[in-house]
Design a protein around this ligand. Structure first.
Ligand SMILES: [Fe+2]
Ligand SMILES: [Fe+2]
Length: 327
């Protein structure tokens, strides 16, 4: 009798859990409809970037850690980094949109509210990509020639999507949480940024908040579906994805540092050039790797899924990147 009673309690709480999950999808759809924005009408509003102001705030660009730079040079470097920051989101949204469209299949003949939430998510990421392409054209018109955004969205998406869904959803939750953390902690409080650049990330943040809720729901669903062996392989995949992100970050940091040195309007000594290269790489690793893996919500979800050994493997992989940014 006791076992039956326990089963009854379990199924009641399972039903309550299902209802809670359904409510979360419904809430996402409701908020998504309410805050939906248009690129031209709501975000750009006929404006251009203010090139007399910074783009990326100091808390993300770390330009203040570079000694012997004038305020104008710091501003130019923050604009280069802000241009890359926008392009990185346009890049990752290619694989995020495709993966979300793929996992929506689990709901095609199931919960239609969940399906609507994921369709809206994909639609929003397509809109964001269009916005970031539009912004890149505007940045190109206002900045000196020679900037080169290295990674190609379809090449990166092809490599990422070859990994397990568990790993891709984990990386996606990480990205969509750090976009929000960056906005709240660094972008929103900074009054010295180009108004248009700042608004882009205000509007982006509003829609990303719903995406992170859905990433978490779908990641947990996938986590419950796979075997321990598959999860162990997925942890390896996630580590490989972080290494791939670091490869992209290294190439783009070098390209952006070179562009800065060529276009900043004066000669830099060898040691100054080295300091600029190291500073930009440190900033990009902070922006795209370390700020995300410190996020409490990300750590809580990841920690609930993996073993201590798997956690140690992830930490060791991250630690292998850290020494490179401390000198
Ligand atoms: Fe987005
Ligand atoms: Fe998103």
């Amino acid at each position: 009798m006791e076992a039956v009673a326990e089963t009854a309690v379990e199924s009641t709480s399972a039903r309550a859990g299902t209802a809670t999950v359904q409510n979360r999808y419904a809430k996402v759809v409701e908020v998504s409809k309410r805050i939906r924005w248009d690129i031209e009408r709501d975000v750009i509003r006929g404006r251009d970037f203010d090139f007399g102001k910074k783009f990326l705030p100091d808390g993300l660009s770390l330009v203040n850690e570079l000694n012997s730079m004038t305020p104008a040079e710091r501003r130019f470097l923050s604009q280069i980094q802000g241009r890359t920051y926008a392009n990185v989101f346009g890049l990752v949204e290619r694989f995020i949109g495709a993966k979300v469209l793929e996992v929506s299949k689990e709901h095609w003949l199931g919960d239609q509210v969940a399906l609507e939430a994921l369709v809206r998510f994909t639609d929003e990421e397509l809109k964001h990509q269009e916005m970031f392409r539009r912004l890149e054209r505007m940045a190109a018109e206002g900045m000196p020639a020679g900037y080169d955004f290295k990674p190609q969205p379809n090449d990166v998406a092809g490599a990422v999507l070859s990994k397990s869904t568990w790993a891709v959803l984990g990386l996606t939750l990480d990205i969509e949480l750090f976009t929000q953390a960056h906005y709240r902690a660094s972008i929103e409080p900074d009054d010295e940024l180009s108004a248009l650049w700042k608004d882009v990330f205000l509007f982006h943040w509003k829609e990303e908040s719903q995406h992170a809720i859905l990433d978490e729901l779908e990641w947990k669903r996938e986590n419950a579906r796979i075997t321990p062996e598959q999860r162990d392989q997925a942890v390896t995949d996630l580590i490989e994805l972080v290494a791939a992100v670091d490869g992209i970050v290294q190439a783009q940091a070098a390209a952006d540092a070179d562009y800065f040195v060529l276009q900043a309007g004066r000669t830099f000594s060898k040691s100054e050039q080295q300091a600029i290269r190291a500073g930009v790489l440190k900033a990009y690793r902070w922006q795209f790797i370390f700020s995300g893996v410190q996020d409490e919500r990300f750590l809580a979800v990841l920690g609930s899924m993996i073993t201590a050994d798997q956690g140690a493997r992830i930490n060791a992989a991250l630690a292998s990147i850290v020494p490179a940014i401390t000198h």
